[in-house]
Write a protein that binds this ligand. Structure first.
Ligand SMILES: NC(=O)c1ccc[n+]([C@@H]2O[C@H](COP(=O)([O-])OP(=O)(O)OC[C@H]3O[C@@H](n4cnc5c(N)ncnc54)[C@H](OP(=O)(O)O)[C@@H]3O)[C@@H](O)[C@H]2O)c1
Length: 296
């Protein structure tokens, strides 16, 4: 079986993906900033700031899944944090590219994360497709530069795929954990769309990314259901049987509390799942109610 190196494999997506890859018989190696003796997977170290990497991480590796990136919603967007969000993605990709080129690693594929934030933090009726232009805010600029760095792998004739990912629903953390408060409330006016994907569907897409020889280029990794924050919160409150009080978190308060970062929860676009469905991929969870029932 092939060996997969996952960068950022210690995170929310990487942990579930490693488990699923292992259970399918793949060998999984992790690329991380720190060693963790509790993790049973072979872990290799890199230091993105110092642009250094353990070359032995690539021994026998057939595919790379690149997930590394400083959390976008974890800390206030100071200038320092914004720089970290950008460089953890772009510099890490460049470091991987330079190393693969230098060591001439015969990769079969390079599959990487990006985000639906590529299209910009706005709320519109337009349904964004992969061919649409990027938005013009901080996160869309980050995604644009990140994807540009990822696409360098095509120059090495390595099959390259990018998953422009929506909000990942998982019971282990992330957005769902933040939304599952004792009283469920919608955010701002609640009209913003929340492109979402169940973590297992996303992991299956990464697996398809390495297994399907025709899988190449950019794909939106979102379910096909377009749901607003108001409706999402209402469905969530029913599933967890907690009270739903709409509009408890007004725009102005969130802007004051979170600064520029508030844009990612106050705005949200509709994102098309058509291209990914045309690859023949069958989502296990296309309906939010079923996805939440499974997770919660
Ligand atoms: N979760 C979502 O809803 C979502 C939505 C859209 C896109 N994505 C993208 O998918 C990727 C994986 O998401 P995730 O939710 O699994 O992320 P995560 O849980 O935050 O994990 C990402 C990993 O990146 C590494 N990392 C964290 N901060 C870093 C920094 N400052 N510099 C370098 N590396 C750093 C960490 O690995 P080590 O500590 O082992 O180095 C961490 O485990 C990310 O690039 C994210 O932007 C996620």
């Amino acid at each position: 079986m092939d060996t997969i190196l996952i960068s950022g494999g210690t995170g929310l997506i990487g942990r579930r993906l490693s488990y699923l890859l292992k259970s399918k018989g793949y060998k999984v190696h992790l690329l991380s900033r720190k060693s963790n003796p509790k993790n049973s997977l072979p872990t290799f170290l890199w230091n993105i700031d110092q642009y250094s990497i353990d070359d032995s991480a690539f021994n026998g590796v057939n595919h790379i899944i690149h997930l590394t990136g400083a959390g976008v919603a974890n800390k206030r967007w100071t200038r320092k944090r914004k720089n970290e969000i950008l460089t953890s993605r772009v510099d890490s990709t460049n470091l991987l590219y330079d190393t693969i080129k230098r060591l001439k690693v015969p990769l079969k594929s390079f599959v990487a994360a990006s985000a639906t934030g590529y299209y910009g933090s706005t709320t519109r009726d337009k349904i964004f497709k992969e061919t649409n232009e990027p938005g013009n805010d901080f996160l869309s600029n980050v995604c644009e530069l990140w994807e540009k760095a990822i696409n360098q792998f095509e120059q090495l004739k390595i099959r390259t795929a990018i998953l422009r990912t929506g909000i990942v629903l998982s019971k282990e953390g992330g957005a769902l954990e933040k939304m599952t408060t004792p009283i469920i409330t919608s955010i701002g006016n609640g009209k913003q769309f929340m492109p979402w994907i169940h973590i297992d569907d996303l992991c299956e897409l990464y697996i398809k990314g390495i297994e399907d020889h025709k899988f190449q280029g950019v794909y939106n990794a979102v379910s096909s259901e377009h749901i607003t924050n108001f409706s999402f919160s209402k469905v969530l409150s029913k599933i967890v049987k907690r009270p739903f009080i709409p509009f408890l978190a007004p725009k102005i308060l969130l802007k004051l509390a979170l600064g520029e970062m508030s844009s990612i929860i106050l705005n949200g676009n509709r994102v098309s799942a058509e291209k990914i469905k045309q690859t023949g991929f069958k989502f296990k969870f296309e309906n939010l109610n079923n996805a939440l029932k499974d997770l919660l």
